[in-house]
Design a binder for this molecule. Structure first.
Ligand code: GCV
Length: 720
């Protein structure tokens, strides 16, 4: 809170200049140094509608102080006034009030409070929950009510999103509650620079916000701004280190815990809880025990004591994240135990403190023999985990990647998400874009995640994936973060929209991705636009709306996946992984392409789905075109539902994808002079690289399949 902010603690501090009460603020902060980082979706101008009004905040607590500080800052910039808990009635335009803080000193807001019960009870449990809020507009007053301080913070940012419309006409009371209780960002940040994966594994936005060269960065101002951005889109937890926990990072759990606590202290005022990735071998690596066996009492005791110390230092600590028996990480298999034994060990330590263990289902054999056609990486998570359903403790959340393989631009939804009704499940997406252009390509992923969240594994009348992971007891939605110390937070300025979309979809998976993008554009761009704002909005939509499908078109076709350069995973390499121990992905020969995952003649993966999808995917006739090669091996002349042959589809989409990127570049050029030149230049430079890369993808993929199949392009275009 700034020194100009006064809480009317004594309740009698009367105004010096203002006849009504103590305006907490009133003057624009001048001469404040501009930060070295972009405001993203919280530029000062986004607060104009709110900040130019009279605002009353009613309630107490640390997060309410954050609300007061936010409103104070907004009003300082835009000429509004703020009251916090005055003892007299205030004639405000906006009231942000805790329902439990007694009568509100504003007649319209008090009426909303007294009338709120039926709307609130619509939830069935008679409350707005720990994070929900109620929004109404009555008699010219916009009212936000909450039962808990976090709800007030989310309500505040909702008003910011609405802009001027929050102060327009009347609005009957609406209840807003997050559909998913857990909305988590996992940072794959290393404390020490790793010789292979660097400071941030799969990081494409510069260094870590938390760590640099083995030490804590201790830059609270930037971290605080990060926390604001996250809270403003709905994220409520982060993990501060990589799931691949190396030796230095392992110590965050014990002797370097203070560094985690410092981060937690900065994020806490924005309702964000901190989690830690831990190594399953910690009792050996850190505790000097000869074993990490979950059945060994000494191991149990070690985890209990280490966890007790964590909570002593960070009372609202969220919990542990574990990658075990995966890509070389230690796990319970070493002791002949299964993953339920392993996860429950950590769960026992966390339970007395209210913490959870998020245990990743990303377990597969990365040392397979490519000649062995019975091993199917897609099957692995279900094979390992589905039989364990019902064995996990209540505070275990099984964290499942959205697809059965690995964050590809197109995969079917993981069958694990439909196979474990007695287990708390979280779904993991990858905002960092390892396989979707690494923040050098525009690839707006909101539509993809929305499609996955709306997927109904048991058929249209049944639950969706959002239902499976939703509610208070669901494991929620998790993303691998795309943020680093880049001045734009993300390597591609337009990739900010992916982070924003993740948070908004985690709050409400029914939101339309196009509407979310529109929100982001409105908050992030229009305030800094120097030209025609509608041109900017239209252009961003034209470039971004369909950009995920464009990316899909010029990369791997029909769901086949993984045609990337091994190791760094950027750019095309059709056979890059085909004959390696990591899995085999396309099986292309002169006659056809695709992986036979049917029960009838293939790996049987289709049998991991419930009906109707087990039948739909099994059937060559019914399988959706976009997943055909994920489930079936077909001749190049196979005719798709689209009416085209597979080989012609490959040629057409690769030519079309490149043309679409060319059109993106042309559209972006139209914004020269209409937006901040530095952003314009950065995006233009990235689009140049995207075009170069798309051409490379097109030429390699088309040439590869032309040479394999010998089938010429029906339109006679140049293939090398
Ligand atoms: C953190 C993929 C990535 C790895 C990552 C792994 C995971 O395999 O390439 O960098 O490791 O997923 O999700 O654990």
């Amino acid at each position: 809170m700034s020194e100009r902010t006064e809480r009317s603690e004594g309740r009698e501090r009367m105004p010096s200049q203002h006849p009504m009460g103590v305006p907490v603020t009133g003057r624009a902060a001048s001469g404040a140094p501009a930060t070295a980082w972009h405001a993203a979706w919280l530029p000062s101008a986004a607060f104009r509608a709110l900040g130019s009004r009279d605002v009353l905040v009613h309630g107490d607590g640390a997060l309410v102080d954050t609300v007061v500080a936010e409103v104070t800052r907004a009003c300082a910039g835009h000429g509004g006034r703020v009251w916090h808990c005055p003892t007299w009635d205030v004639d405000a335009d906006l009231v942000l009030a805790s329902r439990t803080a007694g009568p509100i000193p504003n007649a319209a807001a008090e009426k909303v409070r007294l009338d709120a019960t039926p709307v609130v009870n619509g939830a069935g449990d008679g409350s707005l929950g720990a994070e929900g809020f109620l929004l109404a507009r009555v008699d010219g007053v916009t009212v936000v009510l909450a039962d808990a301080p976090a709800g007030l913070l989310y309500g505040l940012f909702h008003v910011v999103r609405l802009g001027a419309t929050a102060f327009d006409g009347d609005l009957p009371a609406q209840r807003h509650r997050p559909a998913l209780a857990r909305r988590v960002l996992d940072h794959w940040d290393n404390v020490a620079v790793h010789p292979v994966s660097g400071q941030v594994e799969r990081g494409y936005a510069g260094g870590s916000l938390f760590w640099r060269d083995g030490a804590a960065r201790r830059e609270p101002a930037r971290l605080r701004d990060y926390a604001r951005l996250l809270a403003a889109c709905g994220v409520n937890a982060i993990t501060v280190n990589n799931v691949n926990v190396h030796d230095t990072e392992a110590r965050l759990l014990t002797d370097r815990l203070d560094e985690v606590a410092e981060v937690a202290d900065v994020l806490r005022p924005y309702g964000i809880r901190v989690h830690l990735s831990v190594t399953f071998a910690a009792p050996m690596v850190l505790g000097g025990l000869p074993t990490a066996d979950p059945a060994d009492g000494r191991v149990d005791a070690w985890w209990a004591e280490a966890t007790r110390r964590v909570y002593q230092r960070i009372p609202d600590f969220g919990g542990y994240l574990v990658k075990a028996d995966s890509e070389g990480r230690p796990g319970p298999f070493a002791y002949g135990r299964d993953h339920a034994d392993g996860a429950n060990l950590l769960a026992r330590a966390l339970a007395p403190h209210g913490g959870v263990v998020r245990w990743r289902a990303f377990v597969y054999d990365h040392r397979q023999d490519w000649r062995d056609r019975s091993t199917d990486r897609a099957r692995a998570a279900h094979d390992h985990f589905a039989p364990l359903d019902g064995r996990f403790a209540d505070n275990v959340i099984l964290q499942v990647k959205y697809g059965p393989v690995d964050f590809q631009p197109r995969e079917p939804v993981s069958p694990v998400l439909a196979a474990m009704p007695s287990t708390r499940l979280a779904m993991e997406v990858q905002v960092t874009q390892e396989y979707t252009g690494q923040q050098r390509h525009v690839c707006h992923l909101g539509p993809w995640w929305s499609e996955v969240l709306r997927f109904a594994p048991w058929g249209a009348a049944g639950q969706t994936i959002a239902d499976v992971i939703g509610g208070e007891s669901g494991g929620g939605l998790v993303a691998v973060s795309n943020v680093g110390d880049d001045p734009y937070w993300t390597g591609h300025p337009l990739a900010q929209a992916n982070l924003y979309a993740f948070g908004r979809l985690a709050w409400d998976p029914r939101l339309e991705p196009g509407a979310i993008l529109d929100e982001w554009i409105g908050l992030t761009w229009l305030p800094v636009t120097t030209g025609d704002p509608e041109l900017v909005r239209r252009t961003l939509h034209a470039i971004m709306d369909d950009s995920w499908r464009t990316y899909e078109r010029y990369t791997a076709p029909l769901g086949v996946g993984f045609m990337v350069r091994p190791g760094h995973h950027y750019g095309p390499d059709v056979d890059g992984y085909e004959y390696t121990p990591w899995g085999t992905y396309h099986f292309a020969d002169r006659d056809g392409v695709g992986v036979d995952r049917t029960r009838a003649s293939g790996t049987g993966f289709t049998g991991q789905y419930p009906a109707p999808w087990s039948q739909v995917y099994e059937s060559l006739r019914r399988c959706p075109d976009e997943l055909l090669l994920f489930f079936h091996h077909v001749p190049y002349g196979h005719v798709l539902h689209s009416g085209r042959t597979v080989i012609q589809h490959i040629y057409d989409t690769h030519f079309a994808g490149v043309e679409e990127v060319a059109a993106m570049r042309e559209r972006w050029a139209l914004l020269t002079g209409a937006v901040d030149p530095a952003v314009h230049e950065r995006v233009a430079e990235r689009l140049d690289e995207q075009f170069r890369s798309a051409v490379e993808w097109r030429d390699q993929v088309n040439t590869y399949f032309f040479r394999k199949s010998g089938v010429p392009d029906a339109h006679g275009r140049r293939i090398h």
